[in-house]
Write a protein that binds this ligand. Sequence first.
Ligand code: GTP
Ligand code: MG
Length: 172
Amino acid sequence: MGIACVISASDTFRAAAIEQTEYHANRIGVPVVKSRYGADPASVAFDAIAYAKARGLQVVLIDSAGRQETNKNLISEMQKIVRVAKPDITIFVGESTAGGVIADQVAELSRHIRIDGIVLTKLDCDARGGNAISIAAVTGIPVLFFGVGEGYDAMVPFSPEFVIDAVLPMGA
Ligand SMILES: Nc1nc2c(ncn2[C@@H]2O[C@H](COP(=O)(O)OP(=O)(O)OP(=O)(O)O)[C@@H](O)[C@H]2O)c(=O)[nH]1
Ligand SMILES: [Mg+2]
């Protein structure tokens, strides 16, 4: 699409998260700004934004560590990333295989952080895409994309037709 971006490796918590980000970013030719494990995720994001500004890149993708909506420390860490980076869009990425729990998670998280969109992954591992409907109904937050596999192109933009086919497969 001609959009130049940089990835901020702001998951400084999970083992191998930084290497995982670098590995995939290298393969698709996207630069990564990183620090060390245990570093402040917000400061990595700050550096990535400076990197983008210096080079005229339009988009900074800030990856963060996964977290429970009940963990106060991790929630305030997320709020700090938001305060420092002032993201235009904040996206929640969740696995559809987690079931209806996701809707509650997103609802609880949005009490602390503005969530603008949802990406629902692993639709290929889940017989039904019905979660998408409950998430939208419970939270009012739009589902932007579905993940349907491990390949880089295994992302499907939201469409009502896709959801209907997932919930009501042919012959059902
Ligand atoms: N089958 C399938 N696998 C997926 C999909 N999306 C991601 N994966 C795989 O799921 C695994 C975990 O993906 P990650 O990107 O590390 O997940 P994460 O949510 O960031 O997890 P943490 O970084 O540990 O918080 C990887 O092996 C991905 O390739 C999908 O839509 N379908
Ligand atoms: Mg991750």
